[in-house]
Design a protein around this ligand. Structure first.
Ligand code: ADP
Length: 215
């Protein structure tokens, strides 16, 4: 079993890229953010535990995240290629993934480091709208839906994520710098980092990543 990892700050374009790679290359998309939001929505025990962390932009505990990842990967183990989006986010999670993959014979082939400057990230997050039902992502200026407030894919209502408020965004950027950016060095030492300029359009980022995957 192979996996790629999409690493990048909030707003770097991980979710948008993941959707494109799923369609083009058939990766099985595993987004911890999506899974945790679904848990909050369902009101499960995990959801109740993580709700306040997510709303404030803090990370949820490593043990919770590692458990949901293990469960999802184990359930889908017939899928040849996983794409982790928003995971791992701490060194502890990276080490937990390493141990888990060693046990099941998994191999990480690429870690894409999606790099964009702070202003671009803030602009994308404040303009982001998400479909309530299918999770499709829009940008009110650069990537608007055809009909204002309505998803092109399934007609669902578009909303602004609770953690896409200006104050929470600044906290998420700080959390990223402190807790997640050290993973770039960790994976660089393992020879797995592929640096991608993610400051351009979604199509440009996608082309850069596909060139690596197809190369
Ligand atoms: P973004 O990358 O835009 O911040 P995500 O959907 O990946 O959005 O994550 C939203 C929130 O979910 C994070 O701010 C955090 O609270 C929680 N979260 C997602 N993935 C993880 C993870 N791997 N570890 C800890 N918390 C996570």
């Amino acid at each position: 079993m192979d996996a790629i990892i999409l690493l990048g700050g909030p707003g770097a374009g991980k979710g948008t890229l993941a959707d494109a790679l799923r369609k083009q290359k058939g990766f099985f998309h595993v987004s911890t953010g999506d899974m945790l939001r679904a848990a909050v929505k369902s009101g499960s025990d995990v959801g109740l535990e993580v709700k306040s962390c997510m709303e404030s932009g803090e990370l949820v505990p490593d043990s919770v995240v590692l458990n949901i990842i293990k469960e999802r990967v184990t359930r889908e183990s017939s899928s040849a290629q996983f794409m982790f989006d928003g995971f791992p986010r701490t060194l502890e999670q990276a080490e937990g993934l390493h141990t888990f993959f060693s046990e099941i014979g998994g191999v990480i082939t690429h870690v894409f480091n999606l790099d964009a400057d702070r202003e671009a990230l803030i602009c994308r997050l404040t303009a982001r709208r998400t479909c309530k039902t299918c999770g499709a992502i829009y940008h009110i200026i650069n990537m608007p839906s055809k009909v204002d407030g309505i998803c092109d894919v399934d007609g669902g209502e578009l909303y602004q994520r609770a953690d896409d408020s200006e104050e929470t965004i600044l906290n998420r950027l700080e959390v990223y710098q402190k807790q997640t950016a050290p993973l770039i060095g960790y994976y660089r030492d393992l020879g797995l980092i592929r640096d991608i300029d993610a400051g351009g359009s979604a199509a440009e980022t996608e082309a850069l990543v596909l060139a690596v995957l197809n190369g």
